[in-house]
Design a protein around this ligand. Structure first.
Ligand SMILES: C[S@@+](CC[C@H](N)C(=O)[O-])C[C@H]1O[C@@H](n2cnc3c(N)ncnc32)[C@H](O)[C@@H]1O
Length: 411
């Protein structure tokens, strides 16, 4: 360990950021990326092992590619961390929850003319030695928005990384809070905040604690009452970055009430739960309709695992298939009769109706003529006109103080 507990290296602009040509990368790196890279470089320059680096949720490749480039450039030279280029490529491990981040890394690697590391899979709950985490010496990540995500990442690192692991988690000052330190302190004996630069700072965690109980998957049972029908007990499970954790989203609840009251629902052999999150829609409708099959799809690896766990917890896993996919890219045009969608309203930290519009267009492509999409959205959004334009006639089924539920029929 080059630094005793409580001490961290002095961070200066480093060769890692100075020598890498960021110009081919789209979007360009942010100040947080450069600070994180310079912090990692300071550890490595002070003797911390350079191989076996894990980069979590790198949304663009701005973290992965400079590290990969420096390992490749030095490979085979005296004192280099890696003997060959092949070794350098596997010395950097990447794991991203959202499929879009994996694709962005691949695209930017091509533009920077570097080999893209093969993204690791989110480990299943009972995996004894997950490939991404086992034996890593350095972890780089942005502090995630949700504490549940940080909790799950921190636990996996603590459980599987090398004993000398250094976890470097960067955030913008305005998005950081003391609960993040507390989550890290539950898993590591030594947690410290670095000096600020560009209104950002790095939290450093070291010293994995022994025997920390795992809090994933989280589970919660809800009673869902649909007017005129017996109550349904629904257990929701969630891991990591899953939208809403184990909550039953109030918009989704209104959509489920509305679809159940809609004459002719489901009227199809199977439905697509588009953006399945914790699996509320899939499991509830599979419980209510014993013949119905569901394909649940989400771009988030934790959402897909959560949907699978929710399906198992409710005894309906035999009728729910889960698929990790971005915006139905793996579904044929005109192949589906029935889609349910509660679209996202955020892209990262920003409110962005464009993300929902993209999913509506994807659903319109995959619906067969006469097929229906049931959708729920915050009433102030303008999704109705997009549904009418992209899909076809759109009818309002329910509305409360916050949400609107519609059904659109593919023309
Ligand atoms: C508002 S949440 C709804 C989750 C769940 N259906 C519910 O009702 O609680 C939207 C979901 O869409 C997923 N999502 C966002 N963009 C996506 C994309 N491009 N492809 C697939 N799923 C996406 C998110 O990961 C999230 O789980």
């Amino acid at each position: 360990m080059p630094f005793p507990a409580g001490q961290t290296p002095d961070v200066q602009p480093s060769a890692l950021t100075a020598n890498f040509d960021f110009t081919p990368l789209s979007p360009p790196p942010e100040a947080v990326d450069l600070l994180l890279l310079d912090t990692a470089a300071a550890w490595w320059e002070n003797g911390h092992p350079r191989e076996d680096v894990l980069i979590l949720d790198d949304r663009t490749g701005a973290l992965t590619l400079p590290i990969l480039d420096s390992l490749i450039t030095e490979a085979g030279t005296p004192g280099a961390a890696c003997a060959t280029v092949e070794e350098a490529v596997t010395a950097v491990r990447v794991l991203a929850d959202e499929l879009g981040a994996e694709r962005a890394l691949g695209g930017n690697a091509r533009r920077a003319e570097l080999p893209a590391p093969v993204p690791a899979e989110l480990p299943s709950l009972d995996e004894p030695a997950p490939a991404a985490f086992t034996g890593v010496h350095t972890v780089l990540m942005h502090l995630p928005r949700s504490l549940e995500t940080l909790t799950d990442w921190a636990w996996l690192i603590r459980e599987h990384a090398a004993p000398d692991v250094v976890v470097l988690a960067v955030g913008r000052d305005k998005h950081m809070n003391h609960s993040m330190n507390q989550v890290l302190e539950k898993n590591f004996t030594d947690v410290s905040a670095g000096r600020g630069r560009s209104k950002s700072r790095v939290l450093t965690a070291r010293g994995p604690r022994a025997d920390v109980p795992r809090s994933a998957p989280r589970k919660n049972t809800h009673t869902v009452t649909i007017p005129g029908a017996p109550a349904t007990e629904l257990t929701l499970c969630s891991l990591g970055a899953t939208y809403g954790g184990t909550k039953l989203d109030p918009g989704t609840r209104l959509m489920l009430e509305a679809v159940e009251a809609h004459p002719g629902f489901p009227g199809a052999e199977y439905l697509i739960d588009f953006g399945s999150g914790n699996g509320t829609v899939s499991a509830f409708l599979a419980l209510r309709h014993p013949q119905l099959k569901v394909i649940a799809t989400d771009h988030s690896a934790s959402a897909v695992q959560s949907t699978q766990l929710t399906a198992e917890a409710n005894g309906v896993a035999d009728r729910i298939e889960t698929v990790r996919d971005d915006a139905l890219s793996r579904f044929e045009d005109g192949s589906a009769e029935l889609i349910l969608l509660n679209p996202p309203f955020h892209q990262g930290n920003a409110v962005d109706p464009g993300a929902a519009h993209r999913l509506i267009r994807a659903a319109a492509r995959v619906l067969a003529p006469g097929g229906r999409i049931y959708s729920v959205w915050n009433s102030h959004l303008k999704h109705r006109s997009v549904l009418s334009k992209e899909v076809g006639i759109t009818e309002q089924l329910a509305r409360d103080a916050r949400f609107t539920v519609t059904v659109s029929t593919k023309r």
